[in-house]
Design a binder for this molecule. Structure first.
Ligand SMILES: Cc1cc2nc3c(=O)[nH]c(=O)nc-3n(C[C@H](O)[C@H](O)[C@H](O)COP(=O)(O)O)c2cc1C
Length: 149
């Protein structure tokens, strides 16, 4: 893939998704990409019009719900209140806990909503459980190698 600028968007309550987003940001920077890190707490769906390639790292709360402060972004996205996203390439890293019924429900809904608005997934959604270190290590390598192709 070409070296389009990448925006890492994260939604987090207790810091796990934020930590993985920061690690992803640092790694992609090291790989030579122009990368920006954005917290979904303050990111509005209108701004998706300006992005070319997005990596979303988001956890799930409640019963399949977004992290509290990312609710505005997620509910607007679920409701299709976005610009047309046909220009956008994206992938999702979803954090959750498999003891909940709606395992990684928020990441799944974000993924489905992006696709519904016309965005193109460039890497299948990865769902990781509470013990995410090994899965993250594998995922970041697959992201880097997909971007390099
Ligand atoms: C009260 C509570 C509700 C949760 N609900 C869900 C859920 O519905 N589905 C899920 O997959 N994980 C759920 N989780 C697990 C979190 O998504 C998981 O701990 C995640 O790593 C938190 O990431 P964060 O620190 O970035 O918010 C829940 C955790 C708590 C404490």
């Amino acid at each position: 893939m070409d070296k389009k600028p990448i925006t890492v968007l994260f939604g987090s309550m207790t810091g796990n998704a934020e930590d993985l987003a920061e690690r992803t940001f640092e790694r992609l920077k090291k790989e030579g990409y122009q990368v920006t890190l954005e917290n979904l707490d303050t990111f509005e769906t209108d701004k998706l019009a300006d992005l070319q390639r997005a990596v979303v790292v988001i956890s799930t709360w409640g019963e399949g719900d977004p992290p509290d402060e990312s609710e505005d972004f997620c509910y607007a996205l679920y409701d299709g209140k976005t610009p047309n996203l046909a220009h956008l390439e994206y992938c999702v890293l979803a954090l959750g806990d498999s003891s909940y019924d709606e395992f990684c429900g928020c990441g799944r809904k974000v993924d489905e909503s992006f696709a519904k608005q016309g965005a193109k997934s460039f890497l299948p959604r990865k769902e990781v459980d509470v013990d995410f270190d090994d899965d993250y290590a594998t995922w970041i390598e697959s992201l880097v190698s997909r971007l390099a192709r």
